[in-house]
Design a protein around this ligand. Structure first.
Ligand SMILES: [Zn+2]
Length: 325
């Protein structure tokens, strides 16, 4: 179940391993419904022998370019994605398998595969992309867009962050992390968020996703202050050591700390303190110092130690095209 960081990492691996390489074979088993692909599954056969000329991503969409043709893949939700060489166990259900002459293979399996795969050319409609919200890693003004859009929404904050029309590509794992890092309950209606809570969420959307990518989306490489890491290790909150809990929100299940993300009274006190000191670090000095110290212990191939302040001030990736197609 890839989310935005995992798909970004996949795109980078494809650029490194498959760019300018010809496709040896393609197998597409979409199931009974193949209507989303205008010309049916057989139309993908035109890609056999084609050379991968570029790889792009927007939100949960991956775009593989073969000259004038573009294969659009929607990879969020129930999709299972594998990129590897050698023997591959093919699923019994629907799948798409691309194999390059180098031996590299991309396998995408999903029950609703036909609605995820589109072969585009210059005349193809891309209306489905226009419905997406900004991409937090590609849109330099994403936080501004989200702040404006937030003011018009009434749903629970977790539902909003998972809404692709609001922001593209955030899945449940990194959504829970964003809300934990922001110390906000997942089920709080957006309209009830206090200004300081909104600010923290908007800051952490980029911070958490960017950190996830630097850590190869590997929970064990994340800072010890991350819920995603502790959820896998011992199921305890990294701040207060309380057992993490499941919370139903909008028909789905959020993972959170009922104590650290408790809510109103604590949030109000914190906001008051923040407004006086103009910074979370001063509002919760002990907590932030602990976080900085633990962040510094992080290690990994692409994850140099840094403090939250450095992350906040980092310019991030230069803005690319907001919508690739
Ligand atoms: Zn806690």
């Amino acid at each position: 179940m890839p989310e935005l960081p995992e798909i970004e990492l996949l795109a980078e691996k494809l650029r490194q391993g498959c760019l300018n390489k010809p496709l040896e074979s393609i197998a597409y088993h979409p199931g009974k419904r193949a209507d989303a692909l205008d010309d049916g599954p057989e139309s993908l056969s035109v890609l056999k022998g084609a050379v991968l000329s570029d790889v792009a991503r927007y939100g949960p969409f991956l775009f593989l370019e073969w000259g004038e043709r573009i294969l659009s893949l929607h990879l969020a939700g129930e999709a299972q994605v594998t990129l590897q060489r050698g023997k591959l166990d093919l699923p019994g259900g629907n799948y798409l398998l691309l194999r390059w002459q180098t031996g590299q293979q991309l396998l995408v399996a999903a029950p609703n595969l036909s609605s995820r795969v589109r072969l585009l050319d210059e005349s193809a409609s891309v209306d489905y992309l226009l419905k997406l919200g900004p991409d937090p890693l590609l849109d330099a003004h994403c936080a501004d867009h989200l702040r404006t859009a937030m003011s018009r929404r009434r749903t629970a904050i977790r539902n909003l962050l998972l809404d692709e029309s609001f922001v593209a590509g955030i899945g449940p794992v990194w959504c829970d992390e964003i809300l934990f890092q922001s110390r906000v309950r997942p089920d709080i209606p957006v309209a009830e968020l206090r200004p300081a809570e909104r600010d923290r969420i908007l800051k952490n959307v980029h911070r958490v996703l960017e950190r996830a990518i630097r850590c190869q989306a590997n929970p064990s490489l994340l800072p010890k202050t991350f819920l995603t890491r502790r959820k896998q290790e011992d199921g305890l909150c990294p701040v207060c050591a309380t057992a993490l809990t499941e919370m139903p929100v909008g028909g789905k299940t959020a993972i959170c700390c009922a104590r650290c993300q408790a809510g109103r009274t604590e949030a109000l006190a914190e906001e008051t303190s923040e407004s006086q000191s103009e910074g979370l670090a001063e509002a919760k000095p002990d907590l932030m110092l602990a976080e900085i110290a633990q962040d510094g212990q992080e290690h990994g191939p692409d994850s140099p130690a840094s403090t939250p302040d450095q992350e906040t001030d980092a310019p991030g990736e230069p803005p690319r095209s907001a919508a690739p197609y």
